[in-house]
Design a protein around this ligand. Sequence first.
Ligand code: DX5
Ligand code: ZN
Length: 226
Amino acid sequence: MTVPPLIVAPSILAADFARLADEVRAVEHAADWLHVDVMDNHFVPNLTIGLPVVQSLRAATELPFDVHLMIEDPRRWAPGYADAGAYNVTFHAEACDDPVALAKDLRSAGSKAGLAIDRDTPIEPYLDLLPSFDTLLIMTIKAGFGGQRFIPQLLDKVRAARRHVASGHLELRIEVDGGIAADTIEQAAAAGADAFVAGTAVYGADDPAEAVRRLRGLAERATTGA
Ligand code: DX5
Ligand code: ZN
């Protein structure tokens, strides 16, 4: 698999859940990953989908799945998503007392390992753990619901992570999630993000595939300074 310089990952949280397979296929040739938000009504107040839906969807598309677990006790549940064929499985730092051990479990189960940092969590305590991870997801909202307003101050964490990744020569995607749209993606890219989750900005658009392409163009322009 060739590695694209930037990743755009539509979040199906903003899709029509009664037509999930069609909604996924609508972005199949434009997106890099499909972002799947799993919420358990405990770690966050919202409740979405779980393993059976991910297993069924896996058969409906070629897109790599970027599973974002907003759940308690991820050590119990996360490897099941790797077993189901997820490309990347991200769990929250706030929900796990041994993130490095779970990252190892995920890699042995065959997926990439991702660490998510919620709005109110500082990044510094986690920087030294990053060599154990493939993706770092920095929330640009409070995790739990789509359609919230982007919080630009949270990009300071992206800048800190990017500096750390560069100075340590780490191979790590820095992903942003929450309020990413045409008017915010450039600042996130300029701060050092190279993977972009977008729910409302993609599935709220008349043409979701075109919305993905537009977001990618804006992020590329901000990264290359073109
Ligand atoms: C919220 C989820 C996001 C959500 C983003 O906790 O993690 O992935 O779908 O939605 P938008 O892009 O609408 O902010
Ligand atoms: Zn998400």
